[in-house]
Design a protein around this ligand. Structure first.
Ligand code: G4P
Length: 528
């Protein structure tokens, strides 16, 4: 196998999703600990302490204890090169989660064992299903009082609509959490607490071992034997093909904080996941093992670091090898470009990289030329990767600057944040950008907008809620919206390309517009 092939073969790229507080950051930290990327547990985070997660870099995240932006972390473990893509935990940012999932080959869903499937997880999970990628479940916090594991399985299946296969099974919970039973090896992994650091003492014993009772106690031992019998009779068969298509989720139990079950999870997960997968393009599937480089932009973020004041485009490499200073063809821009300052990001710490391979994510300096979904490939090629859809905004605010002298900064700020894909901006016909109508998928994005305009662009804004919930672009070329017959609560606006669209407060008004304007064609998505 060539060097290129073996590098790509060892790549694993996955996104990690969860409801806020389920333990995503703690689990990520433990992965990094195993990979030797950090030396001590607790160095990644401690939201209530002065330290904060390396993956939480925005002030607002620290204040609210939520992850708004997603970051990328890379580490090596047992010959694998692993890329973890962190996602915002809040459902208001599910569009961002979706884009991150586009860059991943699989997803890990972290669930709090005492809470089960939570509201946010539901929405994020639906986004996951849209991508048809393998989903692994880690049921966390088994060191606390947990819900019955059978109930948890049942809930995941009925609420999320995915089948489950418990790869391991918990032995007790809370103070009695002793470890997990590995169903495939038919072996018990019992843990001894050690303050959550890397080395957790574990003992491996077979289920039939006569010494088991003294290890687990009679009650837990009996429960485990009964559970295993029930599971073997009742749970779904393990079917790798179904796992690969996101129809069956392998489930693992553990406790990220105490480091119980994290290593067995990581090991099985790495074995069950694949190297980078082929990606669909306008010229058929692109094989990741191909020599020639290709990538697509899945995220753009301005001012990640106030000191740098720059804009970074994150791209997922889909094939071949990337080298620093390499010349590539930017398909949508129709130009050859040099990717300057390629970086790998460990949140705030940036490291200039010399090379990267299919499966990796790199951040490059963006002078304002990239859009989400853009393709980069080797000069001489011209294909485009499948686009990244935009979600239709469901909430609208009228936004203007408090101080009219700050117009320039205001326009720059809203335009840049809109280019990142965090918000969509519109304006009333025949008016400029003094005042914009901002559409978002989740209302928290308004707060982020307000915060970022103030902190990054020094502009204070006035926001006014608008009652619209639905957005439709007018598809008819040259149609003059004034001629349309619409309900009084329907609003005509224009997007940044001056295309006309309608904002509706309810479905009824959409139907009304269609019924009263023959030939009117409306679309939920903008065509780029
Ligand atoms: P998130 O990224 O999904 O939002 O969750 P995060 O890892 O930040 O964890 C949320 C809280 O849950 C943290 O406590 C964390 O220590 C705790 N936690 C994570 N995994 C486990 C676990 O396996 N068992 C137990 N008992 N707790 C766990 P916190 O009090 O909010 O923050 P901190 O002050 O401890 O950092």
């Amino acid at each position: 196998m060539s060097n290129l092939q073996s590098e790509i073969q060892n790549r694993r790229t996955f996104a990690i999703i969860s409801h806020p507080d389920a333990g995503k950051t703690t689990l990520t930290e433990k992965f990094l600990l195993y990979g030797g990327a950090i030396a001590l547990a607790g160095s990644v985070k401690g939201k209530k302490t002065a330290r904060h997660a390396v993956s939480d870099w925005m002030e607002i995240e620290k204040q609210r204890g939520i992850s708004v932006t997603s970051s990328v972390m890379q580490f090596n473990y047992e010959g694998y090169c692993i890329n973890i893509l962190d996602t915002p935990g809040h459902q208001d940012f599910s569009e961002d989660t979706y884009r991150t999932l586009m860059a991943a080959d699989s997803a890990v869903m972290v669930i709090d064992a005492s809470k089960g499937v939570e509201n946010q997880t539901r929405k994020l999970f639906k986004v996951c299903l849209l991508r048809d990628i393998p989903i692994f479940t880690f049921i966390n916090k088994m060191d606390r009082e947990a819900r019955n594991p059978f109930d948890l399985m049942e809930q995941i299946e009925s609420e999320l609509g995915i089948r489950t296969y418990p790869v391991n099974w918990p032995i007790g919970c809370g103070r009695d959490f002793k470890g997990v039973y590995d169903r495939r090896k038919k072996e018990i992994i019992a843990f001894t607490p050690s303050g959550g650091q890397r080395e957790v003492d574990k003992t491996e014993v077979e289920l039939s071992d006569p010494g088991l009772e003294s290890l687990l106690g009679q009650e837990l031992c009996q429960t485990l034997r009964d559970d295993v019998e029930l599971l073997d009779g009742a749970s779904y068969e393990f079917d790798m093909d179904q796992v690969r298509h996101g129809k069956l989720s392998p489930v693992f139990f553990g406790s990220a904080l105490t480091n119980f079950g994290v290593e067995p999870f990581l090991e099985d997960f790495l074995k069950m996941t694949t190297p980078p997968l082929p990606r669909k393009s306008s010229e058929g599937e692109v094989d990741p093992f191909e020599d020639s480089f290709s990538a697509f932009v899945f995220k753009i973020q301005a001012n990640m670091n106030k000191a740098h004041r720059d804009r970074i485009a994150f791209m997922r490499i889909c094939s071949g090898r990337f080298e620093k200073g390499m010349e590539v063809y930017h398909v949508q821009g129709g130009k050859k470009i040099k990717l300057s300052q390629p970086q790998q990001l460990m949140a705030q710490d940036r490291e200039i990289i010399e090379e990267a391979y299919a499966g990796d994510v790199i951040g490059v300096f963006d002078p304002g030329i990239f859009s989400i979904g853009d393709t980069l490939c080797a000069p001489g090629k011209k294909f485009e990767f499948e686009g990244i859809p935009t979600f239709a905004p469901e909430h609208f605010n009228r936004v203007r600057q408090k101080d009219t002298l700050k117009r320039k900064q205001f326009v720059k700020g809203v335009t840049q944040i809109a280019q990142e894909g965090a918000i969509q901006i519109f304006h009333e016909p025949a008016t400029g950008m003094e005042e914009v109508i901002v559409g978002v998928v989740g209302t928290l994005q308004f707060e982020v907008l307000e915060y970022r305009l103030k902190n990054e662009y020094n502009v204070e804004i006035i926001r006014e809620g608008l009652p619209y919930q639905y957005i439709r672009w007018i598809e008819n070329e040259g149609l003059e919206p004034k001629t349309l017959s619409l309900t009084s609560d329907t609003k005509v606006v224009q997007d940044f390309r001056d295309r006309y669209l309608l904002l509706f407060t309810n479905n009824w008004s959409i139907n009304w517009a269609l019924e009263h304007n023959e030939g009117l064609e409306l679309s939920e998505f903008s065509r780029n």
